[in-house]
Design a protein. Structure first.
Ligand code: 2NE
Length: 316
């Protein structure tokens, strides 16, 4: 059963019920499609162990993989400020855990990865956390944190990745999508936009013309279309989504963690300007600290003597 979009004529297909228009999105949809997706299940692929106490997300670990799940399916996993604060905390947890080498970011259930900012808590000056007087854009800080995290982040996308949810998957390093995934920006429909990573990084993935099309027309794209335009890495049947994602994670976990760290920082350096270069430079400094040459400088200071750097080669 296909999922009808705004390009459809409005006639029933496949003998199913006539599509109806979602008044919020302007898209043609069928109740049957949603019910069919809800009946499909994603097979678990690891013995996930829950860690931490969260309200809007789940944080689980298994085999050196951390899985962060947006857990607000009643709003298609839209994020409110509290959700983003919790994801940020979970990412920090994953960063500090020396057993964790790869992070998966996903949404609860087969219907949506994430539908972006929760419009119910959108105030006149950003998204308003419970008890806060003014709104703000926590998601900006989260994007930067994801870019700086020295471990690969894999988006595992089932169903909708729209609005700020589509930007989240763009900011992830890799994306595995289910065959029911749908990608798109909605900002100009709801009076919003993301001109940061949501535009620039998207343009570097799919090209400037396609990126402008995605933002200017607010269409939705199937998983196959997203794959073809370079927006994602792989499409698999929904049922196999976690199995495939975990397979990719296991492959990365078998590789040198510092190589992966430096590679991520190198891509960021090319794309993020000085802040990206800063990350790569600090990674170089971290490696340098591990050398005898750098340790000679430290030891000489502590021992109140002149450092003997003469014993180290002047490398070509
Ligand atoms: C995701 C989508 C296409 C799903 O459509 P459908 O038909 O499967 O579900 P439905 O009926 O639209 O949604 C189910 C429930 O979830 C709520 C809906 O209001 C609905 O609630 P009830 O009527 O059952 O009470 N819901 C879904 N998305 C929500 C959201 N983002 N905020 C609050 N409630 C939401 C369809 O739901 C859709 O298009 N959603 C809106 C996508 C959107 O426009 N997101 C915001 C973009 S702006 C943004 O994310 C952003 C930014 O641009 C810059 C900075 C930060 C954030």
């Amino acid at each position: 059963m296909r999922h009808d979009t705004q390009h459809d004529s409005g006639r029933a297909r496949d003998g199913g019920p006539p599509p109806w228009r979602n008044y919020r999105t302007g898209l043609m949809q069928t109740q049957q499609w949603t019910e069919e997706q809800a009946r499909r299940g994603i097979r678990p692929a690891a013995g996930w162990r829950p860690v931490g106490e969260y309200d809007d997300i789940r944080y689980e670990v298994a085999e050196g993989i951390a899985k962060i799940t947006l857990d607000r399916p009643e709003v298609r996993n839209a994020f409110r400020p509290e959700t983003l604060v919790e994801i940020s905390d979970a990412l920090e947890r994953a960063r500090e855990d020396t057993e964790v080498g790869v992070v998966i970011l996903t949404g609860e259930g087969p219907i949506a990865f994430c539908s972006g900012g929760d419009q119910r808590v959108r105030g006149d000056s950003g998204y308003v956390a419970s008890g806060a007087a003014v709104g703000r854009f926590h998601v900006t800080d989260l994007h930067v944190q994801m870019r700086r995290l020295p471990k690969p982040i894999v988006a595992m996308v089932a169903g909708y990745a729209v609005g700020g949810g589509q930007v989240l998957q763009v900011v992830c390093d890799l994306t595995i999508a289910a065959d029911n995934a749908r990608f798109g920006q909605t900002g100009p429909k709801v009076g919003s936009f993301d001109g940061g990573f949501g535009a620039g990084l998207l343009a570097s993935l799919v090209g400037p013309k396609k990126a402008k099309e995605i933002w200017f027309l607010c269409r939705q794209y199937t998983a196959e279309e997203a794959l073809e335009m370079g927006l994602i890495n792989k499409v698999v049947p929904l049922e196999e989504l976690e199995e495939e994602t975990v397979r990719w994670c296991r492959e990365m976990l078998a590789l040198s963690p510092f190589s992966l760290r430096l590679l991520k920082a190198s891509f960021n350096a090319a794309e993020d300007g000085l802040s990206g270069i800063q990350q790569l430079a600090h990674d170089a400094n971290l490696l340098f600290y591990m050398s005898e040459e750098a340790q000679e400088g430290r030891d000489a200071y502590r021992e109140k003597r002149r450092p003997d750097f003469g014993k180290f080669p002047k490398r070509p």
